[in-house]
Design a protein around this ligand. Structure first.
Ligand SMILES: [Zn+2]
Ligand SMILES: [Zn+2]
Length: 211
């Protein structure tokens, strides 16, 4: 297809999309295998209500009526869409500060994946540190660091069957860079905590950090 033909075809596609009485949404909504049929339906209804900026604000009752589902199902579907990252919810405030309608921002798949990642990082940062150490995310990071260090202590170069991966900073917890971490044998780890910079009382014990 020539550039001109491609441009023409795009123009025609856009015309179809902006046709009065029609709506559009991303195909990728059907690729989310975890999404319930109710959530898919409600997403499509929100797309039908959305303006050019992909924002919609129907009430839960309106959504329920048009999707032929109960109001509580509609509310559940909205929550599901939100936690899966397909929509972002925002309460619109009146001038006097009271809340009026809820705005739904439709997110596409890239946004959804990004949003899911953000929500997961929030979750990882909110959980107790001992629990974080058990998550698949930390286990993967820990494995990556041990491999990178050649399964040796990065201070004394000693081989030890119980190496620890120590956080030099907790700033990027859940998405640590290699430089945020250091692989240490238990005795070097102890030295780090005895002499090292205090990063926060929560983590300032060797015991709490051992992982
Ligand atoms: Zn060591
Ligand atoms: Zn440590």
């Amino acid at each position: 297809m020539s550039i001109e033909e491609a441009a023409l075809s795009r123009q025609q596609t856009n015309k179809t999309f902006s046709k009065k009485g029609w709506f559009r949404d991303t195909n990728s909504i059907f690729d989310d295998r975890a999404l319930s049929p109710y959530a898919m339906l409600v997403r499509l209804y929100l797309a039908r209500c959305a303006n050019e900026d992909r924002v919609a604000w129907p009430s839960a009752t309106t959504i329920a009526e048009h999707c032929n589902i109960s109001r509580s199902s509609a509310i559940r579907a909205i929550k599901e869409l939100e936690s899966a990252g397909w929509i972002r919810r925002e309460k619109r405030k009146r001038e006097n500060g009271s809340y009026s309608s809820t705005m739904y921002y439709l997110l596409d798949k890239v946004d959804a994946i990004q949003r899911q990642k953000e929500l997961r990082i929030q979750e990882l940062r909110a959980m107790p540190y001992e629990e974080y150490l058990k998550t698949p995310e930390w286990q993967a990071t820990r494995g990556r660091m041990l491999k990178l260090a050649g399964y040796r202590c990065q201070v004394c170069n000693g081989k030890h069957n119980r190496l620890n991966v120590h956080h030099r900073t907790y700033e990027r917890l859940g998405e640590e860079r290699d430089s945020d971490l250091v692989v240490l044998c238990p005795s070097c780890h102890q030295v780090f905590h005895d002499n090292g910079k205090i990063v926060g009382p929560r983590y300032n014990t060797y015991k709490g950090c051992a992982s």
